[in-house]
Design a protein around this ligand. Sequence first.
Ligand code: ADP
Ligand code: MG
Ligand code: MG
Length: 219
Amino acid sequence: MTLDADWAERWIRRTADTVAGRRDELTELDRQIGDGDHGENLVRGFRAVVAKLDARDGQDGATEAAGPRLVGDVLKLTATTLMSTVGGASGPLYGTAFLRAAKVTGRESIDTRAVVAMLESALEGITVRGKATPGEKTMVDAWTPAVDAAAQAASEGGDEAAVLRAAAAAAAAGATATIPLVATKGRASYLGERSAGHEDPGARSTALLLGAAVEALAE
Ligand code: ADP
Ligand code: MG
Ligand code: MG
């Protein structure tokens, strides 16, 4: 199994399928502590990315002439498309995450160290953009344990699949762990104490995104 541009493309396409399938769930989470558009925002954004991938894959000659496809090319296309099509907080946040991730994956394939660097860079982008720290009930609460778990798995000699699986599992646990938290960033912070008792939609979508990265390995 190689984490190349084809894997990155499968990852993004699978994310589009997953957020479409789970749209109502994400919408419901955001309805409880936000404005109820998180599902729709992500469906629109990732559908637009898939349309661009389809258009690009249609021009085989052009892409071959441009040289080998890099993992970062797919992630950069994802970043710019999410930024331009998703209104709301999550568009710029995921957009910046993918843009930073693209900067450290400008290669034909990525090894375990590069996977960790990719996840670290994504979290850095989200943090620079949104200024949230762990515990504020945002997507940072899924990304932070994901990065830690990936680094841990890599240091224990895990392969790319093990590193991605560790990240996805930790993101899912991190999302669940946002339930009791009181939001202090984003729309949910307007609710104050009343935000407690609900899972953060962005943390959940982060878990879905990283889960899709694992599923893309097996395809
Ligand atoms: P909006 O809140 O503008 O409607 P979305 O509903 O698409 O945008 O996204 C909401 C999610 O964005 C939240 O659940 C949270 O995870 C994330 N979020 C909001 N603000 C921040 C921030 N400052 N830092 C990190 N994540 C944030
Ligand atoms: Mg919203
Ligand atoms: Mg909104």
